[in-house]
Design a protein around this ligand. Structure first.
Ligand code: 5AD
Ligand code: FES
Length: 355
């Protein structure tokens, strides 16, 4: 017999923003439709108390799909010979920024594989240039693991935020998903370095990745509470056919939605995207994500000519649409559920962007 009912656990999470691992596991094992509805309702209320009905947008610029790593789930892993590798030039990246700025984007996310071509200096120059042109914008980096001094240098150049999903908080699971060269402790260390330097930091994991047990997810939640990041990126695992895990089943919509709500209650002010992966497994995935407590969407600003090559997983949405089309489409989608996309930096509530 459980000590508490699911309803009691959800109430307590909403008030104390904290549960024990076993209690998360109880909620993850089984919830009635009514309990799920109650969970979402509470998550929405918490989200609205901090961010209202605003949805923040982030312009994602996937500037290189070269990667020295070989993560078993990822479509741009080094050993995948079926991807056409590309790098955007500095001019191309700046053009994406200009276009995005005109469309109302005030955060740009530079995302790429771990590509030695983009040295610390090259990326530093790019950050300086974007900040010089658009001092009212936030720059977010998502370029993997680097030495602390490099993180610090980019922060000095003006980078505001950093996304580095922890991928899984269980060491054994981490070692199943990654080749031997990649180190669980190093990844964790990177996240703490980034926080200490003063970035707004994003961690996160895939829902339903191969080998993930409920126990793993319980550890992810406990870890997230401890790290206390400003952003959490979660989306379903989706197989990519040219990877070693290409025949594994995708994560589910329902489990992702439950986790979005739990994370919203656990970290009330967190910036929480309804991810492209969620939009890929369900035609209204991103809308449902927002209704479960998310408050961010991250459409693509990369040139349409390369979008199809940044194929982390199969059937990714929006690879054929122009940036302006996605912007319009998202407006309509968010309005359809009573939310509104805003042209703001969208910092963590209470975070000062002063340096
Ligand atoms: N399915 C879903 N998400 C994936 N990612 C990488 N490969 C996949 C996949 N097959 C996620 C990882 C990474 C982020 C950029 O994309 O969590 O951190
Ligand atoms: Fe890209 Fe809808 S968001 S087409």
């Amino acid at each position: 017999m459980a000590l508490y009912t699911n309803g009691e656990l959800i109430d307590r999470l909403a008030e104390a923003h904290f549960l024990k691992k076993e209690e998360y596991l109880q909620l993850l094992r089984h919830m009635t439709d009514q309990e799920r509805e109650m969970l979402q309702e509470k998550a929405r209320r918490v989200r609205e108390s901090h961010y209202g009905k605003k949805v923040f947008i982030r312009g994602l610029i996937e500037f290189t799909n070269y990667c020295k790593n070989n993560c078993l789930y990822c479509g741009i892993r080094r050993d995948n010979a079926n991807v056409m590798r590309y790098r955007l030039t500095e001019e191309e990246i700046l053009l994406c920024v200009e276009e995005g700025y005109g469309l109302g984007f005030r955060t740009f996310v530079l995302q790429g594989g771990e590509d030695g071509f983009f040295t610390a200096e090259k990326l530093g120059r790019l950050i300086l240039e974007i900040k010089a042109r658009h001092g009212d914008c936030a720059v977010t980096l998502s370029v993997g693991e680097h030495p602390r001094e490099v993180y610090r240098y980019w922060h000095d150049c003006g980078a505001d935020r950093y996304l580095l999903r922890h991928e899984t908080a269980s060491r054994d699971h981490y070692e199943m998903l990654h080749p031997r060269q990649m180190c669980f402790s190093r990844r964790m260390e990177c996240l703490y370095d980034l926080k200490e330097i003063g970035y707004q930091v994003g961690a996160g994991f895939m829902v339903g990745s191969p080998g993930q047990t409920l126990e793993c997810i319980g550890e992810d939640l406990v870890f997230l509470k401890e790290l206390d990041p400003h952003m959490v990126g979660i989306g379903p695992f989706i197989p990519q056919r040219d990877t070693p895990l290409g025949d594994r089943p995708a994560g589910t919509l329902d489990q992702t939605l439950v986790l979005l709500s739990l994370i919203r209650l656990m970290l009330p002010k967190v910036l929480l995207p309804a991810t492209t992966a969620l939009g890929t497994i369900h035609p209204r995935g991103r809308e449902l994500g927002i209704l479960a407590g998310a408050n961010v969407v991250m459409p693509n600003l990369s040139p349409v000519s390369v979008r199809d090559q940044y194929r982390l997983y199969d059937n990714k949405i929006c690879t054929g649409e122009e940036s302006a089309q996605c912007r319009e489409c998202l407006n309509a989608r968010m309005e359809s559920i009573g939310y509104q996309v805003v042209a703001e930096r969208g910092d963590y509530a209470g975070f000062s962007s002063e340096r």
